[in-house]
Design a protein around this ligand. Structure first.
Ligand SMILES: Cc1ncc(COP(=O)(O)O)c(C=O)c1O
Length: 364
């Protein structure tokens, strides 16, 4: 039987040829494909501006720096990839966490407490499930900036708006396993704020205002032209791929509906269209279930086994200990990511479901 990976990027000849063509015929850095990709991505998300950068982490760091959060506090979720909180530290601010909701695994608006030093909140649309943006805006008021960590949510929709177009800025990652990639590391920032966009364009390009003039302390954080060319082709496929991810999610939900040991993720509703970057179930015996699936050549993953505040570096720097964010800690002990990617076949989804049902001793 074939091994089923948890995730697999789709790479076509068209993408590879677009990349090769860009290397041969364009400026390797800030070539035409970069600006076309930005234009197309802005149009896709429904924002006025899109600024490409070299990773999702850089998208977050540069946005926070441009919003001048140094010395202040930024609220985010403890259940995310560590880069979310690291970006706050790298921008010279202090990360403050708000516990996750067991309903959607995103930041719980009821847990958000702003302080006089709160500059921004960075909700994560975790696993492709949009955070509760209206409630979050209500919780933080109008003065606090909202930066969407949309690194796992390309194409997700919240109340008619695409991820990345709801807050003051949206940050995306194009890492290999994301819903779309650029054939390597890459990132994008989306915003309607003209001034922020202009500052970000300078920040990613050594602080340049023109070739030899630099008026801010910038970075080398550009997206390579070849990667932008690859990303343009991926973007054209994104909606179709997301549709397939949702179909896979529905198939899992249908087949696992009667397995009481498995808690399924939210499937979306009138207001929310998720994009299932990951299909994350919850189980009390998560590790045993993962081992069972592994023995049947089905790969799974855990996003994330250790919440950010309990990582050694955060314990050391900020003094967190178990119990600080109990809901995130409970979730971290139970979450299990099942295989989901656009080329995953229905039969393979069925094989995963049968293995789960079998693990719990049920009838197939
Ligand atoms: C939620 C989240 N935030 C930030 C990042 C950082 O993105 P990158 O790996 O492109 O730096 C990632 C992905 O890796 C992520 O999943």
């Amino acid at each position: 039987m074939n091994k089923i990976p948890v995730s697999r990027p789709t790479v076509t000849d068209e993408m590879v040829e677009a990349m090769a063509d860009a290397v041969r015929n364009e400026r390797m850095v800030l070539g035409e494909s970069v600006f076309k990709f930005e234009e197309e991505f802005a149009r896709y998300t429904g924002t006025k501006h899109a600024i490409s950068v070299s990773s999702g982490t850089d998208a977050l760091v540069l946005t926070l720096i441009a919003l001048n959060v140094r010395g202040k506090e930024v609220i985010t979720s403890p259940l995310s990839f560590i880069a979310t909180a690291n970006s706050i530290v790298h921008a010279g601010a202090t990360p403050v966490f708000a516990d996750s909701s067991p309903k959607d695994l995103n930041i719980d608006p009821a847990e958000v407490r702003t302080m006089s030093g709160t500059a921004a909140i960075m909700p994560v649309h975790l696993f492709g499930q949009p955070a509760r943006m209206d409630e979050l805006r209500e919780a933080v008021g109008e003065k606090v900036k909202i930066i969407e960590d949309a690194c796992q949510a390309h194409g997700a929709v919240y109340k008619g708006k695409k991820a990345g177009s709801i807050g003051d800025a949206g940050c995306f990652s194009f890492y290999a396993t994301k819903n779309m990639t650029v054939g390597g590391d890459g990132g994008m920032i989306t915003t309607n704020d003209e001034r922020l966009a202009a500052d970000l364009r300078k920040l990613r390009d050594c602080g340049r205002t023109s070739r030899y003039v630099h008026d801010i302390f910038g970075f080398t954080a550009r997206l390579n032209t070849a990667n932008a060319a690859f990303g343009r082709v991926q973007l054209r496929n994104l909606d179709g791929w997301n549709e397939r991810r949702r179909a896979i999610a529905r198939r899992y939900a249908e087949k696992l509906r009667d397995v009481p040991e498995v808690i399924l993720p939210p499937m979306g509703n009138r207001d929310i269209t998720p994009v299932f970057h990951l299909f994350v179930v919850r189980a009390e015996d998560r590790d045993a279930l993962a081992r069972s699936l592994q023995s049947r050549d089905i790969e799974t993953a855990v996003h994330y086994p250790v919440p950010i505040h309990l990582q050694p570096v955060y314990r050391d720097a900020f003094g967190y200990s178990p119990g600080s964010y109990p809901e995130s800690e409970r979730l971290a002990d139970r979450v299990l990511s099942l295989p989901v990617f656009p080329t995953l076949a229905d039969e393979d989804v069925d094989r995963v479901c049968e293995a789960i049902i079998d693990h719990y001793g049920g009838k197939i």
